[in-house]
Design a protein around this ligand. Structure first.
Ligand code: TRP
Length: 447
């Protein structure tokens, strides 16, 4: 996205933003976090948060981006010159680095699974053998590292060649195909022996187990999945046309994002219970479950190849948006050529990603506060940095930005969403800051 153009149609905006939003967050992270947090009650909280907190934050980010037509750090600088608000931009850049580090490891797992599918290595395996093979893969260290590096290089090449737009054109066709495939997997999962248990886990809430931490996890998952709280959507907002209805864009994006996550849960959990996998297995959950599904499914060989290929494509359209945040910063703000910026971001990501993969090996010393580096980066970004970024962004739009400017920009000069505006503004000024602050206090143990 060299020259600052705009998206040409609503479908174009939704598809581009959707490319960033839909990714491993929906298919990999949502089921594992839902599994660790008890299922149904978590999911209800997650859906409410997506509607009442995430959509307004996405609208705030779009507003900041479209009104300034700048990257995230510049947007704050332009709207509040000489203030410290541009630190929100720096924080976003730091955040994009740590997300990329662990994201590339998981995308690497998906790449390895394309290879395993092609070699028909899931067929005829028992759940125990699938488990053993996966542990051998992660414990080898060099195998996940090699795939992660391949993934990072692929992302870097796309960003350097500036062919994101071309990729987006294909993902407009491929992502709907992915959804169709996912629906097929859901139907297949519903025929599994323990389907009822899986569905109960997803739909029958037990609120007695909900704590402040459950809510924080739901908030973090929603932010991660919708690419919020670190300026990514500020950048996308800067490409949205002045007369576009941003309420509709954010609504459609959120609806697709939540739907894909729920479909993923419906495909995974019946299988989790049918194959005796522990729902709290953590980041491995989906990668232990899917091979079992493909091993028993008619046509599993071809379907697994297509599935992991589409998962890889969904991951790369998301990683491009993360990579672009820091590349844009280094090339535009540090007066570095784009090529140098891409090399710098790619090189740093290869190092941090390698450390993340190494930290998952048994007996690894790469830990922070008792968690391996991978888990530490995962929860630091989703549970602390993104909520903090989101909090600062709503405080800025709700309390610092002039109300008239906010209203005119968000309602496209009062042509759309005039009735929704007061509700969104109330959420942005009062409800969201209150909820996020309470969650932080409960994390520190003040409540
Ligand atoms: N939302 C993406 C996913 O679900 C990941 C992602 C892309 C992201 N860009 C982001 C997360 C910016 C946070 C911030 O896979």
């Amino acid at each position: 996205m060299g020259k600052r153009g705009s998206f040409s149609s609503r479908f174009g905006v939704v598809a581009a933003v959707g490319g960033s939003v839909i990714g491993l967050g929906n298919i990999w992270r949502f089921p594992y976090i839902a599994g660790e947090n008890g299922g149904a009650a978590f999911i209800l909280i997650y859906i409410s948060i997506s509607l009442l907190i995430s959509i307004p934050i996405m609208l705030s980010e779009f507003t900041l981006g479209r009104s300034t037509k700048r990257n995230s750090k510049r947007a704050f600088q332009k709207l509040a010159p000489g203030s410290h608000w541009n630190w929100v931009g720096y924080m976003g850049i730091f955040c994009s680095f740590i997300i990329l580090a662990f994201y590339s490891v998981i995308a690497g797992w998906a790449l390895d699974f394309i290879k395993e599918s092609l070699l028909n290595n899931f067929a005829g395996k028992s759940p125990a053998e699938i488990n053993a093979n996966f542990s051998a893969f992660v414990d080898s260290g060099w195998r996940p590292i090699t795939w992660a590096i391949i993934f990072i290089v692929a992302t870097a090449v796309i960003v350097l060649a500036g062919i994101e737009k071309g990729i987006e054109r294909y993902s407009k066709i491929l992502m709907p195909l992915f959804v169709v495939l996912l629906i097929g997997l859901v139907i297949n999962s519903l025929t599994l022996p323990a389907a009822r248990e899986g569905i109960t886990f997803l739909l029958k809430p037990d609120f007695s187990k909900v704590t402040g931490n459950t809510v924080l996890q739901a908030l973090g998952q929603s932010f991660f999945s919708m690419s919020l709280g670190m300026g990514c959507m500020i950048t996308y907002g800067s490409y949205i046309k002045k007369n576009e209805n941003m309420f509709k864009v954010a609504g459609m994006v959120a609806l697709s994002d939540v739907s894909v996550a729920i479909l993923s849960g419906l495909a995974i959990f019946p299988a989790v219970f049918s194959f005796g996998i522990n729902p709290t297995s953590g980041p491995e959950l989906v990668f232990l479950t899917l091979p079992n599904i493909f091993a028993q499914m008619t046509g599993g060989y071809f379907i697994s190849i297509i599935f992991f290929t589409l998962l890889f494509l969904a991951a790369i359209t998301s990683s491009i948006s993360l990579f672009e945040v820091s590349t844009a910063y280094f090339s535009e703000e540090m007066r570095m050529g784009r090529r140098k910026a891409v090399l710098l971001v790619g090189g740093t990501t290869i190092i941090t990603s390698t450390l993340c993969a190494l930290s998952q090996m048994p007996g690894s010393q790469l830990t922070i506060l008792g968690h391996n580096l991978f888990d530490a980066f995962d929860s630091l970004s989703s549970n602390i940095l993104m909520p903090l970024g989101g909090l600062l962004i709503v405080i800025f739009t709700g309390w610092v930005l002039s109300p008239a400017k906010f209203k005119n920009e968000l309602t496209s000069q009062q042509t759309c969403g005039k009735h929704l505006f007061p509700i969104v503004r109330f959420l942005i000024r009062f409800v969201i800051p209150f909820v996020i602050l309470m969650l932080f206090f409960s994390l520190i143990g003040l409540f």
